[in-house]
Design a protein around this ligand. Structure first.
Ligand SMILES: [Zn+2]
Length: 104
């Protein structure tokens, strides 16, 4: 998937799509592509986030993905939204790119 915008129309964003399994169901994970010339901490944080999103476990400190419960899934479906899984990383996890409070 490529969500590029033309010159002068805003930032260029590219995404990869990975098929993985969450809770016994096949899902698509959409993740940004970090340019080769990005700063090393950003590239490292992106690699950790990518691994976490694909496996459900952070390779840095072992944080695990939390899936929405049935009520949250039903509420999302009723609202026409996709349910959201989340992973809470430790404050010093490299995925936070040097303690920026999770801006990535
Ligand atoms: Zn982590």
């Amino acid at each position: 998937m490529n969500m590029e915008q033309g010159p002068g129309k805003g930032p260029i964003t590219s995404n990869d799509i990975t098929v993985t399994e969450i809770g016994g169901q096949r899902v698509l994970v959409v993740q940004p592509v970090v340019p080769d010339d990005a700063p090393a901490p950003l590239k490292n944080a992106s690699a950790i986030r990518r691994a976490t999103n694909n496996t459900g476990v952070c390779p840095d400190y072992g944080a695990r993905r939390v899936l929405p419960n049935r009520a949250a899934r039903r509420a999302a479906a009723k609202a026409g939204r996709l349910p959201t899984a989340r992973t809470v990383h430790k404050d010093d996890c490299e995925v936070l790119c040097g303690g920026d409070g999770g801006a990535l």
